[in-house]
Design a protein around this ligand. Structure first.
Ligand code: KIV
Length: 272
C-alpha cells in the first residue's frame, strides 16, 4: 500500500499524531553532534533523538548510566543548532528524574531552556508517573520508553528481549495505556516481541516507535552509528546496517597515513 506523504515544513508532536492517523510511518534516528545532526535533518528524518546512548557511542562507556545532565545538554544544544525540520527529543539521563518529580521537572526545564530541544524522553511507566505528570503540566512534551530500558540494565542483568512472559507483557500494556492517558505524545518500545508491540500500536492512538519491536508499529528508531556501520561489535538481529563506514573510514584514513608517510600529501596543488 502506498501512503501519500505530506510535506511537513517543521515536524511537531502534532505532525506525528497526524502521521499515525494517516498511516504514514515515522522515521527517527539518534544524533549527538552538529555535523551528524545536519546530515540527518537534511535527509528528512522526522525525529532526531539525542539519546543517552551518547554515553556508549560518544563517550565509550559500557552503559548509559554515567552520562550527566550537563553532558546531555551539551550534545542536545549542538544538535538543535543544526536542525531546521526534525523534532528534537532529548533523553533525561539516569539519576536526573528517578528520585522525585520536582527533580524530574527541574531536569526537563534545564534541557528545554539550555539546549532548545523540543521534547524529553524518560524510561519507565507506573513508577515514574508523577514525574511525567509534572513535566507535562509545565507544558513540556514527553515521549515514553518501555520494554528494554537501558537505564535499568543492572536490574535486568542482560540486554535480552523483554516482555516475553505474560506478566511482563501485561504490565507493559498497562504502562503504555497509562502513559497515553497522562498525555505523552509517543512511546518508544525497545526489544520486545513484534506481536506485543503491534498490539500496543493498535490499542493506542499516540505513535509507537519501535527498536527491535518489529514492523507492526508506527515508526522505527535506530542509533545512527549502528545504521552507518561505524560500530562493529554491536550486531543484534534487529539492526540493518546501510553502510560499512567502519571499514570505509579505516581505508580512507589509512590512505591518508600512507600519503603523508610517502610525502605524497600535500602535492603542488594542495599548497600555497
Ligand atoms: O538512547 C537511545 O539511543 C535510545 C534509543 C535506543 C531509543 O533511547
Amino acid at each position: 500500500m502506498s501512503v501519500a506523504k505530506k510535506d511537513y515544513k517543521k515536524i511537531t508532536v502534532q505532525s506525528l499524531t497526524e502521521m499515525k492517523a494517516n498511516g504514514e510511518k515515522i522515521s527517527m534516528l539518534t544524533a549527538y553532534d552538529f555535523t551528524m545532526a545536519r546530515i540527518v535533518d537534511q535527509s528528512k528524518v522526522d525525529v532526531i533523538l539525542v539519546g543517552d546512548s551518547a554515553s556508549n557511542v560518544m563517550a565509550g562507556h559500557e552503559t548509559t548510566l554515567p552520562i550527566t545532565l550537563d553532558q546531555m545538554i551539551y550534545h542536545a544544544s549542538s544538535v538543535v543548532r543544526a536542525v531546521s525540520r526534525a523534532l528534537v527529543v532529548v533523553d533525561i539521563p539516569f539519576g536526573s528524574y528517578q528520585s522525585d518529580p520536582k527533580e524530574a521537572l527541574r531536569s526537563a526545564i534545564r534541557i528545554m531552556k539550555e539546549s532548545g530541544g523540543h521534547a524529553v524522553k524518560l524510561e519507565g511507566g507506573e513508577e515514574i508517573k508523577e514525574s511525567v505528570k509534572r513535566i507535562l503540566n509545565a507544558g513540556i512534551p514527553v515521549m515514553g520508553h518501555l520494554g528494554l530500558t537501558p537505564q535499568s540494565i543492572y536490574k535486568f542483568g542482560t540486554y535480552t528481549v523483554r516482555a516475553k512472559e505474560e506478566e511482563e507483557a501485561d504490565k507493559l500494556i498497562e504502562d503504555a495505556l497509562l502513559l497515553e492517558r497522562l498525555g505523552c505524545f509517543a512511546i518508544v518500545l525497545e526489544k520486545i516481541p513484534a506481536t506485543l508491540a503491534a498490539k500496543v500500536a493498535v490499542q493506542l492512538t499516540i505513535p509507537i516507535i519501535g527498536i527491535g519491536a518489529g514492523g507492526g508499529v508506527d515508526g522505527q528508531v535506530l542509533v545512527i552509528h549502528d545504521l552507518l556501520g561505524m560500530t562493529k561489535e554491536f550486531s543484534p538481529r534487529f539492526l540493518r546496517r546501510y553502510m560499512d563506514l567502519y571499514h570505509g573510514m579505516t581505508e580512507a584514513i589509512g590512505s591518508y597515513v600512507k600519503d603523508v608517510k610517502e610525502g605524497d600529501f600535500p602535492n603542488e596543488q594542495e599548497q600555497y
